[in-house]
Design a protein around this ligand. Structure first.
Ligand SMILES: O=C(O)CCC(=O)C(=O)O
Length: 264
């Protein structure tokens, strides 16, 4: 799939771009993978239970090694080649998969956050694809255009409890309120198989799912040539215990496989 130059420019400028139908041929596969994941959650699965909230917000990640449907999407779709174009990178490495299901009537919003501070990898060339497999309007992802270029990262918090994610917070700026502060917020109604592609540093969040439909979403996180392992002030998310990498190294390819160019 060859993207138009305007889409590449949009991704570089805004830190996010909508790609209609990117996973249109994988919708049933993704639904089956999410079902398998929810039937047998992994060790990192979370119900994001917050006091006083209704519904269910399930998320889980790093399950591609045991869920064949996720492998099919990651290794056999055009996603990796699209990632290379958007990141302007010669190579693309898989970081991890992430399932995010907000059942109908779930009142918990996803707080504004950047993914990068939670991760142990940084660079100019990073990308996440977020793909709903249900039609989504109100509970779609929302992004602050250009926030991937902000000089200081935003304080990461735990989604359900809103506690600080790390003990030391000097490195981070407080979480803004983009709506109240008049920031340029981008969001799209999406159909099953559409995707938003965004930089790990782009500030994003989502509203509650007040609708009567589930909002099942599958996300894949990828890195490009310049991404390197970095130390954080605490346990990262995902943690990958025993990874044994040192600051400045590329992610180890035996745990984080190269998905583009396709290995021969
Ligand atoms: O699905 C959501 O509500 C949040 C997703 C998200 O923050 C992400 O994919 O990075």
């Amino acid at each position: 799939m060859q993207l138009q130059q305007t889409m590449l420019d949009t991704f570089q400028r805004d830190g996010v771009v909508l790609i209609k139908g990117l996973f249109k041929d994988q919708v049933e596969t993704i639904r089956a993978g999410i079902e398998a994941n929810m039937q047998t959650p992994g060790p990192y699965a979370s119900e994001n239970l917050a006091p006083g909230h209704t519904g269910r917000f399930f998320d889980d990640y790093c399950n591609w090694p045991r869920i064949s449907q996720f492998q099919q999407v990651i290794f056999q779709s055009s996603m990796a080649q699209v990632a290379a174009q958007l990141m302007q990178s010669q190579s693309v490495q898989l970081f991890h998969d992430h399932v995010l299901v907000k059942e109908a009537g779930t009142s918990l919003p996803t707080p504004w956050h950047q993914d990068s501070p939670y991760y142990f990898v940084e660079g100019e060339q990073t990308i996440s694809f977020w793909c709903p497999v249900d039609p989504v309007s109100d509970a779609t992802l929302r992004f602050v255009a250009g926030s991937h270029r902000w000089p200081k990262p935003v304080l990461p918090i735990r989604w359900a409890s809103a506690e600080d994610f790390y003990a030391s917070e000097d490195t981070y700026m407080p979480i803004p309120d983009p709506d109240a502060e008049g920031m340029p917020v981008l969001e799209w109604d999406m159909q099953p198989g559409d995707a938003v592609a965004f930089d790990f540093r782009t500030l994003h969040g989502a509203r509650a799912n007040a609708s009567s439909q589930r909002r099942r979403a599958f996300s894949v996180r990828l890195v490009g040539d310049d991404a390197r392992y970095v130390e954080r002030p605490g346990r990262t998310s995902p943690p990958y215990p025993g990874h044994n990498m040192q600051a400045g190294q590329r992610l180890r390819a035996d745990w984080f496989p190269v998905v583009y160019p396709q290995p021969q």
